[in-house]
Design a protein around this ligand. Structure first.
Ligand code: UD1
Length: 371
């Protein structure tokens, strides 16, 4: 059996790593790694390959940035000949980025089966490009591999047959548990002068937060406020850095430290030691849950509800007053010792194996597939 794994953007890399590793242990399983090049800066891509011990991609499509239409179209055009060359049994796509839906769309038209890792998540916010990518990819996929039971429920409610859905757990947690100790040796808190102190770790990059001047200005003033309580380490995505300068906004300074995008191990090292995380990332909501670090997510909704019901996550409006109040509340609760690592079902370090097992199982001829 031959698999083509597709990755393109930063959050895909930690998801493919455990699946590739699990697949390497299966005799006769051939795997091809395709990087679309959606993310291309060394700090957004190469450093992750190194930290995660990923092999160099077999194919790099080098598509780069553009509007959604440009980027999606370029990925599709570049991916088609790759499929013609490799003729896989399955295309395995990850998460909810533009590369995910673009490659699924190419595969389905070529009659190649698609497995979607991280299927079924729904924010119900159609203004998020990722929500559109999730809905479409799940409609196209033959095998829907979910990270949590709410994913199964969402897919069932959309009419997807149960025999195409498998709860495999969270592949990103496999990577986190494998590399947590390695990350702890990175010494980032020492290097940044916050060792032994309470500090906040911040990332913000969603278009809804950073593409609107007023919202971004509000968030930056919330960081200034937070900086009066503790040092703030803000790892700035290229999109966010560009917007701060385009909008002529005053970048926070003093106790708020602006950092370039960090590698995976550096990020885990800083998150693990943080007093709190303020973010709009999907992955950090999950990582903070597993690490037991309080997380404020600056978004109106989340596609990852178990991080709230079973983890350390809480939604907060992207407003200075709301964030200030949430921080006060959270620090009081933290002093009361009420944050414990969350362990949602299947977030156990073995999801990659379950992905491969589901693919091998689905590959068996069945009356339904033969008809
Ligand atoms: C993408 C994903 C988002 C994910 C995020 C993680 C989609 C729709 N969005 O958003 O779900 O959370 O990745 O980072 O797929 N840029 C660089 N260097 C790079 C990559 C991007 O400078 O290596 C800049 C470019 O100005 C680019 C902008 O960032 O136009 C946005 O990049 P893009 O890949 O379109 O989306 P992200 O905002 O990174």
């Amino acid at each position: 059996m031959k698999l083509v794994h597709v990755v393109g953007a930063r959050p895909n890399f930690m998801k493919v790593a455990p699946v590739l590793r699990a697949g390497q242990a299966v005799p006769g399983l051939s795997q091809v790694l395709v990087h679309t090049g959606q993310h291309y800066d060394p700090s957004m891509s190469d450093s992750f390959f190194q930290d995660l011990g990923l092999p160099a991609p077999d194919e790099n499509l080098g598509v780069g940035s553009g509007t959604h239409a440009e980027q999606t179209a370029r990925i599709m055009l570049a991916f088609e000949p790759v499929l013609d060359r490799h003729q896989p049994d399955w295309v395995v796509v990850y998460g909810d980025v533009n590369s995910t839906v673009a490659c699924a769309l190419v595969a389905v038209k070529k009659g190649i089966r698609i497995a979607h890792v991280e299927a079924g998540l729904r924010s119900r916010d159609r203004a998020m490009p990722e929500e559109i990518n999730r809905i479409l990819t799940d409609q196209l996929a033959d095998l829907l591999l979910t990270p949590s039971r709410d994913g199964n429920e969402n897919l069932a409610a959309e009419g997807i047959p149960a025999d195409r859905i498998r709860l495999v757990g969270n592949v990103m947690v496999d990577t986190l548990l494998r590399l947590r100790e390695v990350a702890a040796k990175r010494g980032m808190p020492e290097q940044l002068g916050v060792k032994g102190r309470d500090y906040a770790f911040v990332t913000l990059h969603r278009p809804s937060n950073v593409d609107d001047r007023d919202t971004l200005a509000e968030l930056l003033s919330a960081l200034d406020d937070l900086g009066t309580r503790m040092p703030v380490l803000f790892a700035v995505h290229p999109r966010t850095r560009r917007r701060i300068s385009e909008f002529g906004l005053q970048a926070p300074n003093g106790p708020v430290r602006l950092l370039d995008p960090l590698g995976y191990l550096e990020t885990v090292n800083l998150v693990d030691g943080a007093a709190l995380v303020l973010t709009d990332s999907g992955g950090l909501q999950e990582e903070t849950t597993v690490l037991g670090v309080p997380c404020l997510t600056a978004r109106p909704s989340t596609e990852r509800p178990v991080t709230i019901t079973e983890g350390t996550n809480r939604l907060v409006a992207s407003r200075r007053d709301a964030i200030g109040a949430a921080v006060t509340d959270l620090l009081a609760r933290r002093a009361g010792g009420s944050f414990r690592p969350g362990k949602p079902e299947g977030w156990d370090g073995l999801a990659g194996e379950r992905v491969i097992a589901a693919l091998l199982d689905a590959a068996l001829p069945s009356p339904q597939r033969l008809s």
